[in-house]
Design a protein around this ligand. Structure first.
Ligand code: ASP
Ligand code: MG
Length: 423
């Protein structure tokens, strides 16, 4: 294969119904000469629906399981019927087969994480079957590929890490050669397999990561994530009125932004791309000819525009050793190991002589459990309903405007970044 491959990732919103899939086709017609690996998410909110199906399976609620499954399959069947006119197309058999397999997953045994990954994988399996069939009908030389034969996970069923050596091997064996005959290979984001051949998942929103893995394995020319926004913005339009598009930023800056919580790109996506210097584009699927955002090695433009990241519903814990010992290395290591074992994630932290403060997402934290983990050695206090504001490339005026009239609980600044916990 001499031609470079482009990797396109289409997320749930870009394939949410039949019209959206037609739009994917339209985008692809803009690249008639290219070899494209397409990574697709589940349609619309299907993964959320499948998580409910999984919950019903775990609770052994057969009627709820069947109702929810019927609803999900009906949603896909409708899109399938709308898009594919040739009713003898093999996709109808595939659809039937996947439907039966999903229904029979009610009786799955195995750990909850194993059941989870098996069940939620159907979102991506269904979406890619439908989209590939549609592209074939539209005349593309397109082939459906099973990501579970490529992406090899390490131990975990859920949020699993990738075994890169094995994955590259499988990729070269099972994926790459098909580009000799086909122009487009359609595969699933988010899912993989473990050493026993069982289905695994890479964490919610993990399809971006899949696109990064595939691009890494084939030394892609570039990756494009097609989104419902014009590119990477300097703030979430949900919280901020006057957003500005970032035309070009470096990998480093993009990694910083996603670390602080900018939700445009799954954080794990950037590392493999950076390691091979593969440019990442974020573009609008509604305006595919617009330039979008380019993320690459160039750091020249990183400082031009301040970026704002808001995290709402935060809870700030403040703990003090009961024996009045200083919060130094030994205490810190004890505190971290307790928190690490509990699996909770700290968003920001700070210490003084007798106090250690840390902030967490309220909806992901069981406050009582955390207190009980700490209270034998520490006095624990906490404040709820806080927000964490992160500003990259801030200035004093920006900070003043954003915190005007608010009570500040904690504030940290470096040369590039200001972080403020307030209410
Ligand atoms: N379908 C999965 C999710 O909704 C993965 C993804 O969309 O990236 O989390
Ligand atoms: Mg998604």
């Amino acid at each position: 294969m001499t031609k470079k491959i482009n990797v396109f990732k289409f997320g749930g919103a870009s394939v949410k119904d039949a019209d959206a899939v037609r739009n994917v086709n339209k985008i692809l017609t803009l690249f008639p000469e290219n070899k494209i690996a397409i990574v697709v998410s589940a349609m619309g909110k299907s993964t959320n629906a499948l998580e409910k199906i999984y919950n019903a399976q775990q609770k052994k609620d057969a009627s709820l399981f069947l109702n929810l499954t019927d609803e999900l399959l009906h949603f896909h069947k409708k899109i399938l019927n709308e898009l594919i006119s040739d009713k003898t197309h093999p996709v109808f058999k595939d659809f039937h087969f996947l439907s039966e397999e999903l229904k029979s997953s009610f009786s799955l045994t195995g750990s909850s994480a194993e059941c989870y990954s098996h069940i939620v994988s159907f979102g991506e399996l269904l979406s890619t079957k439908i989209i590939n069939a549609f592209l074939q009908e539209q005349g593309f030389l397109s082939l459906w590929k099973d990501a579970r034969k490529i992406i090899r996970s390490k131990e975990n069923f859920k949020d699993s890490d990738v075994d890169w050596t094995k994955t590259e091997e499988f990729f070269k064996e099972y994926f790459l050669p098909d580009f000799e005959q086909y122009d487009i290979l359609v595969t699933q984001g988010f899912i993989g397999h473990n050493s026993e051949g069982k289905t695994t998942t890479l964490g919610r929103e993990g399809s971006d990561f899949t696109a990064g893995i595939i691009a890494y394995c084939c030394n892609a020319e570039d990756v494009t994530i097609w989104k419902d926004v014009p590119g990477m913005l300097n703030a979430d339009p949900k919280w901020f009125k006057n957003t500005v598009k970032l035309d070009e930023i470096s990998f480093k800056e993009a990694i910083e932004l996603s670390y602080y919580g900018a939700s445009v790109i799954h954080p794990k996506t950037l590392k493999p791309l950076r390691n091979k210097n593969i440019p990442l584009r974020v573009k609008s699927f509604l305006k595919p000819n617009d330039s979008g955002t380019l993320i690459w090695k160039n750091t020249k433009y990183d400082h031009l525009i301040p970026s704002y990241i808001f995290k709402m519903n935060q809870v700030l814990f403040s703990i003090t050793p009961k024996d009045f010992s200083f919060v130094q290395e030994e205490k810190l290591s004890d505190i971290f190991s307790r928190i690490h074992q509990s699996g909770y994630k700290i968003n920001i932290m700070q210490n003084s002589a007798l106090n250690f403060s840390f902030l967490m997402d309220e909806d992901k934290t069981d406050i009582d459990e955390l207190i009980s983990l700490l209270q034998d050695e520490y006095i624990v206090k906490y404040n709820e309903n806080l927000e964490l504001i992160t500003i990259r490339h801030y200035n004093d005026q920006i900070i003043n405007e954003l915190t005007n009239g608010k009570e500040i609980f904690l504030k940290q600044t470096t040369r590039e970044t200001a972080r403020i916990v307030c209410r």
